[in-house]
Design a protein around this ligand. Structure first.
Ligand SMILES: C[S@@+](CC[C@H](N)C(=O)[O-])C[C@H]1O[C@@H](n2cnc3c(N)ncnc32)[C@H](O)[C@@H]1O
Length: 226
């Protein structure tokens, strides 16, 4: 199944809004840390419902937002959730970003980057479109150290790249970014039941669930274009 088929299905089932709700727990902290200033142009790779651009416009005064997604249904939904003329959605693949060199001040991506068929090439595309001094805030929940995420590949037909924290840093540097920081953003909002509720349908024991959400949470890697 292609990216288009897989995620068109998700969008038509309303899973774009479901992802927004779940990802917002950590994405909002990542967005708050972005050094976006009034008048800036921002880019969201794998935008889904487009919530990140709406938030950056509302909270930081970004002037222009471009959200890219390869699923026509996701793009159609994202367009329907805002009437802001300064937010545009681009139907395109991560392989070739349809934006000019140095045209973006800051880029963001949540739970999307690892679907790139050639993640090294996508990183070099990001390094191309972000202007010198601009940043790429890359947030993922699927990565090597988060052992609880490994089984996700079995549930999705699109191939996912599972890098470790150090592989992210190395790939960012190879693509021409400086790595400004890397850390875990905990999800403190998922409710973790009392010990007596375990095992649940999803979790053998409480410690595993605590590790998944409170310890691993979302891996954030921040690249800066020199
Ligand atoms: C898991 S969703 C995350 C959406 C959103 N960032 C969020 O936090 O809810 C991944 C998104 O990336 C898009 N996507 C995945 N692979 C892609 C590719 N190779 N090119 C373009 N879009 C892609 C999907 O269509 C989907 O909307």
């Amino acid at each position: 199944m292609s990216v288009r088929e897989e995620f068109d299905d998700w969008a038509s089932e309303g899973r774009d809004r479901g992802m927004e709700d779940r990802h917002w727990h950590t994405a909002k902290h990542v967005l708050a840390r972005m050094p976006v200033e009034e008048g800036d142009t921002v880019f969201d790779l794998g935008t889904g419902s487009g919530y990140a651009l709406r938030a950056l416009r509302e909270t930081k005064g970004a002037d222009r937002g471009y959200g890219l997604d390869g699923s026509p249904e996701m793009v159609r939904n994202a367009r329907s959730y805002t009437d802001d003329p300064s937010i545009s959605f681009l139907l395109a693949d991560f392989d070739s970003l349809p934006l000019a060199t140095d045209s973006v001040d800051h880029a963001f991506s949540m739970e999307a980057f690892y679907y790139a068929s050639d993640p090294h090439h996508t990183l070099s595309e990001l390094a191309r479109i972000v202007r010198p001094g601009g940043t790429f805030f890359c947030a993922v929940n699927y990565y090597e150290e988060n052992v609880h995420s490994h089984e996700w590949q079995e549930r999705i037909s699109v191939e996912m790249t599972r890098w470790s924290c150090s592989e992210y840093r190395e790939a960012f540097r190879e693509a021409g970014f400086h790595v400004a920081e890397q850390d875990n953003v905990p999800d403190r909002e998922v409710e973790i039941p009392d010990e007596s509720a375990f095992p649940t349908d999803d979790w053998e024991d409480r410690d595993e669930m605590v590790e998944r959400y409170r310890t691993y949470g979302t891996l954030l890697t921040v690249g800066v274009v020199p």
